[in-house]
Every structure is written in C-alpha cells, then in structure tokens.
Write a protein that binds this ligand. Structure first.
Ligand code: ADP
Ligand code: MG
Length: 269
C-alpha cells in the first residue's frame, strides 16, 4: 500500500505517519516511511536520535544518484523504476520503530530553464515506486497544499487528510481533499485528531458530511502525546495510550480499504 498523510501544519501528520508506519512494521510488513516535509522530523518520531537524524543526507542532495537515475540522453526524461527493496538498499535508514526512513529534503529552486532533477526525482520516485501487497509506503507530506501542485502525491492509493476541530485546520483540510480528489487519488479520507469532546467530534463529522469527505476515524486528545511532543519522545513511547490505540485501529481500517498498487508500472516520464 502507498498512502499519504496531509493537512495543515501542526495537526498531527507526523504523529499519524509514524504511528501507522510503526504499527505496520511491528506486524511484519516491510515499511518505508517517507518524510517529504522540508523541515523533516519524522526521524525523531520513529526513534532516531537527533544527532543521527542531523547526519541523514536527504534524497534531494544525493547528487550522484540523481545523476545516475536521470542520466538519459533526453532532457526532462527520467527512466526510473524502483522497488521498495531498491530504496531500502540505496537510501533508507533503519529506525528503532522498525520502519525504514527516507528523507526527501528540500527541493531547491534552481532558476528558470533548468530541468530541476532533484524535483523531478522526488516526484518520479513516488510515481515509479512499485509496492507489493505485503509492503507499505507511508508518506508524511509537507504542510499546506503547494506540494499537490508539484504532483508529489500522484499515484498514492489513499490520502489521509488530518485535521483538528480548528476552523482553519478544517478549511485547509477541505482544500487539500478537493485537490487530491481532483488529482485522481482514489481514496481521500478525513481523520480527526486531538479531539477533546463530543462537540469537537460533532464539528469534524459535520464538516466531513458537508464536504463529502468520508471519515476515517478520530484520534482523541491525549496528554501523553503532547507530553511526548514537548520532550521530543518517539512514537514508541506512546504504546498503549488512547491516541495510539486509535491509530492502530485506523491502520487496520486503512489496510483493509487499500488493496494494492494502483500506479501504472514502469515506463518513462
Ligand atoms: N492526539 C493528540 N493529542 C495531544 N497532542 C497531540 C495529538 N496529536 C498531535 N499532538 C501534538 O501536536 C503537535 C503537532 O503534531 P505533529 O504530528 O508534529 O503535527 P504535524 O506533523 O502535522 O506538523 C505535537 O507537539 C504533538 O505532540
Ligand atoms: Mg510534521
């Protein structure tokens, strides 16, 4: 399965991405968690220490590899085919949570007229990543909506749009959901997070219904999560907490809904 987690900054994308990735890895699935946020922090959530996290070279800075993979004779033509095993072998960093981590890095703007290989690489890497049924790719996306224009989320089987009951978070969630649906992502679902009471639950579900976005579920507000967030503790420290139990349940719902790879296999872009 290939799923993406999107939403406004601070709504809980990294919590959800790391929680799903850990749950899948713990169940024995080969799992890659991809940090596509320009200020990456998925590493810490998956239990990597700050010092090791700082040493990770993002894919966007793997110049040699980019050259190799984009080195066709035609500008703008990239011959890319990856398997999960390729990525794990070439780049992905093992994490204490069991999932392998891939940090995409910042896409540098290289001025007019360039073919921007790093940008294309990231997009194509996702598009051409062939994922077996037993494997999982979980993409922690950057906040906001700009990335959707770059096509980063193309070919994902499901987009989980995370939102708390805050009006602004919901407005961003609505925009993201519409863009994702417009981009042809087959399943776009809303996930409520940090829900404190019936009223907040009611706000999220009313929003989902009004905007025709199916609800995936809700994660309660959990002081253990905010405490872990403040001290930078990984998702592993949250095992058994109400928030984490909700994430586990959501993971299995997702696994049932998403059956396999919907992307066309191989080819040139
Ligand atoms: N269910 C929750 N209960 C309490 N705090 C939460 C919950 N979900 C997220 N948080 C806190 O909110 C902050 C933002 O979460 P994070 O996953 O980093 O969001 P994002 O990746 O969308 O920016 C973190 O400090 C996190 O600990
Ligand atoms: Mg984040």
């Amino acid at each position: 399965m290939k799923i993406a987690i999107a939403g406004k900054g601070g709504v809980g994308k990294t919590l959800v991405a790391s929680g799903i990735a850990w749950t899948l890895a713990r169940a024995g699935r080969m799992t890659i968690a991809i940090d596509a946020d320009p200020s990456p922090n998925l590493a810490l959530a998956l239990g990597i220490l700050q010092q090791e996290s700082d040493a990770i070279v993002p894919v966007s800075e793997q110049d040699e590899w980019i050259k190799k993979k984009t080195g066709t004779a035609f500008p703008g033509v990239y011959n890319l085919n990856f398997s999960v095993a390729d990525l794990v072998r070439e780049f992905a960093v093992p994490t204490p949570a069991g999932a392998h981590l891939l940090v995409m890095g910042t896409v540098r703007s290289m001025g007019a007229g360039c073919t921007c290989p790093a940008n294309s690489l990231i997009r194509n890497l996702l598009r051409h990543l062939i994922v077996d049924r037993s494997e999982a790719v979980v993409l922690d996306m950057e906040a906001g909506i700009e990335h959707l224009g770059r096509g980063t989320a193309e070919c994902v089987e499901m987009m989980i749009v995370v939102s708390d009951a805050n009006r602004q978070s919901l407005a961003v969630a609505g925009t993201i959901a519409r863009m994702a649906q417009g981009a042809g992502i087959p399943r776009v679902m809303l996930l409520g997070n940090r829900i404190r009471n019936e009223q907040e639950y009611g706000m999220i579900s009313a929003f989902a219904e009004k905007n025709s976005i199916p609800m995936l579920g809700v994660i309660p507000y959990d002081p253990a999560v905010s405490g872990a967030g403040l001290s930078g503790e990984p998702v592993l420290s949250l095992d058994g907490t109400p928030a984490f139990l909700a994430i586990e349940e959501i993971t299995w719902t997702v696994a049932q809904v998403v059956s396999g790879n919907t992307c066309s296999r191989g080819g040139m872009t």
